[in-house]
Design a protein around this ligand. Structure first.
Ligand code: UT7
Length: 325
């Protein structure tokens, strides 16, 4: 088995930028507290006419353009989100219709902040087993719609956005594990015992409401560093790669301190970690592809680089993937 290849990436942000200073006019917080505890300086918040599907479509179009792939060539759309436009149908089907690739496989994945890792591993498995030749893997969120804007312990942490990649089926002549491009290894985990540390207090089957995000931040933080360090070790072992060989880590952007602590545990220098949490805040499933696209566009991540993706979120869910881009 050999892994699927990255053909292109794209991203989209809402028009409205909200700084920490603007938030501190509305709630009891300060730019100083937010920057010191999280590294976040600003976030983008969706307007009335912007939804998870519209941001996802914009990111997907950019990724297809970057890959030089037409919508008609897409066999599979896997969209990770915890903030779908509707309870059903899947937001992926809205994106499919907007792109005009009706008829291909399209579904959503719900693994919250680890959603992109779950979507990537799913799409990679389906392409590797011959379900198609080309996949759009998207992470898109409008977390602003599920935040309790009176709760300063959570509302300052999140933002809206979308990121997408185009994955191509494995190149059998140049396997990823023999130096070719593609996914070398992926590992996913979940532990439902921690449901109450990070969840939304509503839903169609429980309260018939959308609900608001609730988080015990300090406890999530502790688990995040431990789980991420362990899953990164598993992926490196599986791929038989040493941490020093990694060119870039593209982590889920929840908190600058989690990124630093995880990199330190693995012995990866901070210069190799892509950080966008200062610009985008925590965009849940969108954060990894948004950070990847940012670093490809500014020329840091280039073809041939070994890139580690990792994320941890509500559930708990967590995972990591190693890819030669
Ligand atoms: O993406 C999914 C995964 N999510 C995460 O990974 C998030 C993980 N957790 C974190 O990033 C951090 O725990 C937080 C950023 C959420 C919080 O940082 P912390 O250093 O753990 O702070 P804390 O929750 O222990 O709160 C410290 C103090 C408290 O005051 P007291 O009780 O010590 O007087 C809070 O009330 O900071 C207070 N506080 C605030 N002050 C100003 C909490 N939120 C704010 C705020 N502005 N926005």
């Amino acid at each position: 088995m050999t892994g699927s290849r990255l053909l292109g990436s794209g991203s989209a942000l809402p028009e409205r930028l909200v700084t920490n200073a603007e938030l501190s006019e509305r709630i009891d917080t300060s730019d100083e507290w937010i920057v010191e505890r999280t590294g976040i300086r600003q976030r983008y918040i969706a307007g009335e006419d912007e939804t998870t599907a519209s941001l996802a479509t914009k990111a997907a179009r950019a990724a297809l353009k970057d890959a030089g792939v037409t919508a008609g060539e897409v066999d599979l759309i896997v969209l990770a989100t915890a903030t779908p436009d509707n309870t059903f149908p899947a937001t992926a089907t809205k994106v499919q219709d907007a792109l005009g690739c009706n008829g291909c496989v399209a579904f959503d994945v719900a693994a919250v902040c680890s959603g992109f890792l779950y979507a990537l591993a799913t799409a990679d498995s389906l392409l590797t087993t011959g379900m198609g030749k080309c996949a759009l893997v998207i992470g898109a969120e409008t977390f602003s719609r599920i935040l309790d804007w009176e709760d300063r312990t959570t509302c300052v942490l999140f933002g809206d956005g979308a990121g997408a990649i185009v994955l191509g089926a494995p190149d059998l002549a140049k396997p990823a594990r023999e130096g070719g491009p593609g996914v070398l290894a992926s590992k996913l985990h979940a532990d439902g015992a921690h449901h109450d540390l990070l969840y939304v207090d509503g839903g169609p089957s429980s309260t018939q409401t959308v609900g608001h995000l609730r988080m015990k931040g300090r406890e999530v933080f502790r688990h995040a560093v431990a789980n991420l360090s362990s899953v990164l070790g598993e992926v490196l072992d599986d791929a038989q790669i040493k941490a020093e060989a990694i060119d870039w880590v593209v982590p889920h952007q929840a908190n600058r301190r989690i990124l630093d602590a995880t990199a330190k545990k693995l012995g990866i220098p901070p210069e190799k970690v892509i950080v966008t949490v200062d610009q985008h805040a925590n965009t849940s499933a969108a954060s990894v592809p948004l950070a990847l696209d940012t670093a490809r566009r500014d020329g840091r991540i280039v073809p041939g680089n070994l890139v580690m993706f990792e994320a941890m979120g509500g559930g708990f869910t967590w995972g990591a993937s190693l890819m030669r881009v």
